[in-house]
Design a protein around this ligand. Structure first.
Ligand code: PGA
Length: 256
């Protein structure tokens, strides 16, 4: 097992017109460059996932900085008659390194099944992107005590064969914690991550090395506590990633 580098990834969702997004990205890039020049801390991996419309401009704004670019979704096919969709290779061409697939907002709002998510992850891999595959139980599933079974099923059905630490990151995001201000407790997060790690190790030779992030109302105030939970390799951050100070505080909480 190699040491898993922490990753703090910001999911801007459907927020950010051009000027706003470029300003935020440039501010983050400046902080990252200063931190590197300072040399005092070792930064974690950092990614921002803006809306598709501003990927190119945000990519330029963070160019030459240690911040990587990510997209929020891709289509499962490489090209063709898919009006409005975006192929993984198109994202790679814009210098994306990551693409989120299977976010619960897409599973719920666009009817994406585990099979669709898996096909998207495969498309991401074909294009040389790192797929950030999201899993997480609903409030009802947790209440019914089925959460560990649900995330195990999602992991097994959403990950394509050939997943490896170099091409895949898993994000555990309990649906009831996303955008609600509710956090899973440290014990809940630890239990879910332990379970996911076991499933990953059964599923892939690289299972011990694949990073597993936590997402769901992670913010500057709770980041240190979440990152201290055994098995948590970073955070996928929604709301708090829109605030430069908050997101940067989370990056620093993950740095060593
Ligand atoms: P949140 O979103 O941090 O706003 O809860 C997390 C996510 O959806 O990835």
């Amino acid at each position: 097992m190699t040491e898993r580098r922490r990753l703090i990834a910001g999911n801007w969702k459907m927020n950010g017109l051009l000027a706003d997004g470029v300003r935020r990205a440039a501010a983050l890039a400046a902080r990252a460059r200063d931190a590197l020049a300072d040399g005092e801390r070792k930064l974690p991996d950092i990614a921002i996932c803006p809306p598709a419309t501003i990927l190119g401009a945000v990519g330029k704004a963070i160019g030459g900085s240690p911040i990587a670019l990510g997209a929020q979704d891709c289509h499962a096919e490489d090209k063709g008659a898919r009006t409005g969709d975006i192929a993984a290779a198109m994202l790679a061409e814009l210098s994306c390194r990551y693409v989120i697939v299977g976010h619960s907002e897409r599973r719920a709002g666009h009817g994406e099944t585990d099979a669709v998510v898996r096909a998207k992850a495969e498309a991401a891999h074909r294009a040389g992107l790192i797929a950030v595959v999201c899993v997480g139980e609903s409030a009802g599933e947790r209440k019914a005590g089925k959460h560990l079974d649900v995330i195990a099923r999602q992991i097994e059905a959403s990950l394509p064969p050939g997943v490896a630490a170099a091409n895949t990151v898993v994000a555990y995001e309990p649906v009831w914690a996303i955008g609600t201000g509710l956090n899973a407790t440290a014990a809940d997060i630890a239990a879910a991550h332990r379970h996911l790690r076991l499933r990953l190790s059964a599923f892939s030779r690289d299972g011990a090395d694949i990073r597993v992030l936590y997402g769901g109302s992670a913010n500057a105030r709770n980041a240190a506590e979440i990152l201290a939970v055994p098995g948590v390799d970073g955070c996928l951050v929604g709301g708090a990633s829109l605030d430069v100070d908050a997101f940067w505080a989370m990056v620093l909480a993950a740095s060593s």
